[in-house]
Structure formats: structure tokens, C-alpha cells
Design a protein around this ligand. Sequence first.
Ligand SMILES: [Zn+2]
Length: 275
Amino acid sequence: MQKSPIRRSNYTPRNKEGLEGIIELQLRVVSDYLHVGSGKYDVEVMKDVSDVKQLVEDYLNGVSKGIPNNVDQYFSRVAFLMVREKDNVVIPGSTIKGMVRSRLELSIPGSCYIVTGPSTSSSAVYKKIFKPDPNRGSDRFDVDKFPQVCPVCDLLGNMGLGSRVSFSDFVMTSGKVDYVKVKDRDYEVATKGSIFTGRVLYKSLKPVELGMLLYGFGFVNSCNSSKVMLLGRFKFSDKRFGRVQFSLKTPMADCNKLVSDFVKQFNPRNINEEW
Ligand SMILES: [Zn+2]
């Protein structure tokens, strides 16, 4: 299920003259499986609708007596499905945005925590990896450090504050979809090596904020390839799941410098997500 973005009002970009552009990214599944769920536990019709129609018509017209015994091939297994958009398996832009946002919130000392939900924050593995600050919460940023606004909210938006970055869905462009059983339920997954591509649009950014955005995608050392990032179901409970790496589809001028300038100014925690 895709979360609808929070509506924002009275937004005036404070940095009208800033940078704008598009970052084209590629996400590669580096663990055995990736499951980003649609929230649907369902069957999926595998064949063309016209085939199914024909099957039903033949049955109704008495051409075939009874439902043919190969009818199983018309349906997938009952499983937790991935998200689909026009027949493509996708990772919703809102999921990607949540991933970037949570990394920035956890990395930048003094920012607030908007993203982290109770189901995530109770995980022992999550706590071990990210060591969240118990004094942070939604809208609880460090006013000594940031007198006006939390820098992550300033970049990605908050109630009454527009986002200056927008995330497209990431569409699966190569790889394989399979089914994996976890605790007696089947999950539709993208398997290791599968590639998803997507875009990030930004406007009115300062160079250091563009560096921040790149850092949020895991480009913490170099822009050639991101660190391993955790994404989707079971990322904290099953090592076969949820590890991805990003790369830039089109090179970006001064990318490494944008990131290192961000690091110099904000002194973020470099979090190793591999466990
Ligand atoms: Zn914030």
C-alpha cells in the first residue's frame, strides 16, 4: 500500500535560486531476496485476461466439461505480493523516501525522528545497528544545534513544510520474481541481482543539501556505489532478506565533493547496516 504524501500548505521555498535537477538511480538486490509488500495477501492472475475469459466461456458453453485440471497455472500461489504498477513490479517512491529519510534522521546528530515506527524501533537488531537517540522523536530536534528547523524536515518536508525532493517509484527492469516461505506464509520476492531503476527530482537545494540527499542513499564514501542499505520486510530478522545497493545511472558532477562537504558540515554518523 502506498502512503499518500502529507499535504502541505503556505510553502515558499526559502532558497528559490538553488540547485534543481534529476538523479537517476539504480537499485540492485544484493541479498537472496527483497520483499517490499503491497499489503495484499492474495493470488495473482498469471495469464492474459482473454485466456481466462476463453476458459470461462468454454466452460459455460459446455465446450469443456468442468474446469480443466490445469487451472492452477492461471493463478499464482496465495502470497504476500510485491507492489505492481501497470504490470511492473515496483518499489513505491514513498518507500524509498522513507528509507532515505530514516537514514538521514539517524545519521545527523540532533535531527528529529519522523519515520521510525513502533514495529521497527522495538527490534533488537534495529537498535544494535542504528543506536537511536532516546531523546529524539517526531518534531523533537535539537534547537541548540538547529534553531529554526530540523535539516532533514527542511529537505524532505514536514507538516506545513513542503518537500524539495520527490521520489519516483523504482521499477524492476531486470531480474526475477520468486516465492519464498517464511513462517508458513509465501512471500513474493525479487531475487538477488534484480535491478530497479528510478528517479529523484530536486529543486531549490543548497549544494550541501544535495550532498545530504546523496548521503541518504548510502553514498557515504564515494559516489561509485552506495553502502549496503536495508529495505523491505524481514531486514532485521532474516539475513536472506532486504539488502540493496544503489548506484548512479548517470554520473553527477562533483558528486564526491558534494558528499564530503555535507560530511564536513553536519558530521553524520556513518552507520554500518550489514549484520
Ligand atoms: Zn526532522
